[in-house]
Write a protein that binds this ligand. Structure first.
Ligand code: BEZ
Length: 390
């Protein structure tokens, strides 16, 4: 740390001690289908920054929140505003894969450090990666690829796939097939309703008539509430096992889904039931601060994003001017996260998941939750080719 501050020079040392606030720009949905995701991410970031008294390495932390309204053109406009007008030091968000893809060139060309706190677009860990982009959440591939082989072995070899019609849905369904088909699985049919669909009856009719023995689904936010409830009301729950990506039954939607979610099996890197000490402390502090709300995977992502920012700022003594140094420091960070040991893949800047848990929604002491029933260790996106050009 002393070396970093000496190398930074006198101006930066003053800035580190009493300089301008560190501006963190958030591009997140605070309205629309994924509003609850944006809220969880923001709350957990606030929890970590409050722990630091909103001051790191002598600099105040200032969060500038922008609602992307779940619309790519709005997300891109807000990104430009945060970079060009607010001159943020670090950018975080978004939730929606399409918005991330739209932001990517502006972030890369302006050499702005972006810490992706949700959107899983696989391409950002592969052909569209950038040395300025880190991801603390997941690639869409990560929670779904291990589920294909698991479902084929333990549930059924005849599956109907369903997800919203945009990049995240397509990425996740493809990742599932990577291990499902080689394990002898057959995708009986697939369908892609629009993001924000409220009436799934036509899709549920198709599922019923398809002859599939199981469904693999990705929905999140209010889409997940509507799909899981209507699946149950339609009478499919008993006859066609519902499985999916973990977002389908996260604690942000479980209270609204209620007993309709019982028995649903999903893959994810987190459940608030993990018994490591960091998670136990996180669950308690989060629930105390936010009226008993149970943290979900999105909150874990917000926690890790803020933790990365705090640790990086401390390591460079508050000097956010030297972007190359900041990138170098962030890439090497390792710490105990609520999900387990956190570290980035050096080739892609995407988080390596300590585990992907296969979880089943069960009634456990204190309510309905995702109980781990199996797990796969060290799940790393297969992206390899990125040379992380400047
Ligand atoms: C996405 O668009 O990447 C996404 C949105 C919600 C949950 C998971 C992924």
């Amino acid at each position: 740390m002393a070396a970093a501050s000496a190398a930074a020079g006198p101006w930066v040392r003053r800035a580190g001690a009493q300089g301008a606030p560190v501006k963190i720009g958030l591009v997140l949905p605070y309205t629309g289908v994924y509003a609850v995701l944006g809220e969880s991410i923001t709350q957990a970031m606030e929890l970590v920054f409050a722990r630091e008294n909103w001051t790191v390495a002598g600099r105040k932390i200032e969060m500038i929140k922008e609602d992307d309204e779940m619309k790519p053109p709005v997300g891109i406009r807000k990104t430009e505003k945060l970079i060009d007008s607010d001159k943020v030091d670090i950018l975080t968000g978004p939730v929606h894969s399409g918005i991330l893809m739209g932001m990517r060139d502006k972030v890369h060309n302006s050499k702005t450090i972006l810490i992706v706190s949700n959107a899983g677009a696989d391409a950002i860990s592969r052909e569209r990666c950038s040395r300025w982009i880190f991801r603390t959440s997941f690639s869409n591939w990560q929670p779904c690829q291990p589920m294909g082989g698991w479902v084929a072995k333990n549930v059924s070899k005849e599956v109907f796939q369903i997800a919203p019609n945009y990049q995240a849905g397509k990425d996740m369904m493809a990742a599932f097939r990577e291990t499902f088909v080689p394990a002898g699985g057959k995708v009986v049919a697939e369908d892609y309703p629009k993001l924000g669909e409220t009436d799934y009856a036509p899709y549920l009719t198709k599922i019923k008539q398809s002859g599939a023995k199981a469904v693999f689904a990705f929905f999140s936010g209010s889409d997940a509430v509507n799909f899981v409830k209507q699946y149950d009301q339609f009478g499919l729950k008993q006859s066609i096992k519902l499985t999916g990506a973990g977002f389908l039954t996260e604690p942000d939607v479980l209270p609204a889904q209620g007993s309709s979610a019982l028995g649903v099996v999903t893959g994810h890197f987190y459940t608030p039931l993990l018994d490591n000490p960091t998670n136990q402390r996180f669950v308690k502090e989060f629930r105390d601060k936010f009226g008993g709300k149970m943290p979900d995977g999105f909150a874990c992502q917000g926690y890790d994003t803020a933790e990365v920012i705090v640790r990086a700022l401390k390591a460079v003594n508050g000097n956010t001017q030297d972007k190359d140094k900041l990138v170098e420091v962030i890439a090497k960070l390792e710490f105990d996260s609520p999900r387990g040991r956190f570290r980035f893949d050096q080739k892609t800047h995407n988080v390596i998941q300590p585990f992907i848990y296969v979880r089943e929604v069960k009634e456990v002491a204190g309510g309905i939750n995702n109980v781990p029933i199996d797990k796969v260790a060290d799940v790393k996106d297969p992206g390899t080719g990125c040379t992380l050009p400047a």
